[in-house]
Design a binder for this molecule. Structure first.
Ligand SMILES: Cc1cc2nc3c(=O)[nH]c(=O)nc-3n(C[C@H](O)[C@H](O)[C@H](O)COP(=O)(O)OP(=O)(O)OC[C@H]3O[C@@H](n4cnc5c(N)ncnc54)[C@H](O)[C@@H]3O)c2cc1C
Ligand SMILES: NC(=O)c1ccc[n+]([C@@H]2O[C@H](COP(=O)([O-])OP(=O)(O)OC[C@H]3O[C@@H](n4cnc5c(N)ncnc54)[C@H](OP(=O)(O)O)[C@@H]3O)[C@@H](O)[C@H]2O)c1
Length: 236
């Protein structure tokens, strides 16, 4: 399914893939005409099941992603048997409130988590923040708006766009919206070291800048031996 030119959801038959946790990634690969294989990691956007879903953007001049454009229904894509990665709820601290913050396709692991039951049982409040360039890049928007309606007491969805103005979203980079407290105002939920877990996923510059702001506000990176607030997945 295409969300915008070069931004799409890929669904593959998952038989042969071992069970995984929402937030983990698999490697996808395409064999080249000369026989060598190009593979890259992709977060899974669906909980374990018969079909596996990925949310992918075509990177200009990328080696693998432009090739997905030519994939047709029924074509073979190589997929790793075992998922990897620790960007999962098991490795995220318990807290009253969890913030799921993403740019671009970094929303994929959160879609898998929101479609599963654990997150709803563990956190009283869930705030999903998705930053993209344009409204058309806000993949899964209808599903998330429906969830916002059906779980209004527990779930807040905050889309934010940077390269056009639109009433349906906040305007500006997530770093700016955190700095000026617009995110917390919109979510009616304060970010504080003793109440909040934060997951960050996507653009590494966004992650670095967000992490620094949060550390300046007394939140800490979470490690199993030194519990804190922040866990992160860098896409490049
Ligand atoms: C754990 C993990 C999970 C990932 N999950 C996803 C996912 O769910 N969906 C997804 O689309 N991508 C995801 N990625 C990125 C993906 O693995 C590839 O890096 C990306 O698809 C580019 O591959 P490519 O071969 O087309 O480009 P390459 O030829 O590998 O790279 C071209 C350049 O683009 C940079 N780059 C990579 N990704 C992006 C991007 N999104 N925007 C801008 N520049 C980029 C790289 O640093 C590189 O310098 C994930 C990466 C990691 C590490
Ligand atoms: N529809 C698509 O999304 C699409 C389609 C085809 C190809 N592509 C290609 O895919 C690649 C990735 O594009 P993308 O739009 O998914 O990802 P992106 O460039 O990471 O941008 C996603 C969002 O993150 C913001 N951002 C970037 N750096 C930030 C920082 N340091 N702090 C806070 N926010 C930051 C961007 O704001 P700014 O706008 O201010 O940068 C944008 O709102 C690019 O090569 C692009 O050309 C994208």
């Amino acid at each position: 399914m295409d969300w915008a030119d070069g931004l799409f959801t890929l669904r593959i038959d998952a038989r042969g893939v071992q069970p995984y946790d929402p937030g983990q990634f698999l490697h996808l690969a395409i064999q080249q005409p000369d026989g060598h294989v190009i593979n890259r990691p992709y977060s899974v956007a669906s909980p374990y099941g018969d079909e596996i879903e990925f949310f992918i953007v075509e990177v200009a001049d990328g080696k693998l992603t432009p090739q997905f454009r030519h994939v047709n229904v029924g074509d073979e894509i190589l997929v790793s048997e075992n998922a990897a990665g620790s960007f999962t709820l098991a490795k995220t601290p318990s807290a009253k409130c969890i913030w799921l913050i993403a740019t671009g396709t970094g929303i994929a692991p959160y879609i898998a988590m929101l479609r599963d039951k654990e997150i709803w049982q563990r956190y009283q409040k869930i705030v999903l923040v998705h930053g993209t360039r344009y409204v058309r890049d806000l993949g899964y928007r209808e599903e998330l708006c429906a969830l916002r309606e059906s779980r209004a007491d527990q779930f807040t969805y905050l889309p934010a766009i940077t390269r056009e103005e639109h009433k349906c979203a906040l305007n500006g980079r997530l770093t700016t919206l955190l700095q000026d407290r617009s995110l917390e105002k919109a979510a009616k939920c304060e970010i504080a070291h003793d109440t909040t877990a934060i997951m960050l996923c996507g653009n590494p510059d966004m992650l670095n800048e967000m992490e620094q702001q949060l550390i300046d506000r007394n939140l800490k990176k979470h490690r199993s031996k030194a519990p804190g607030n922040i866990v992160a997945e860098r896409y490049w």
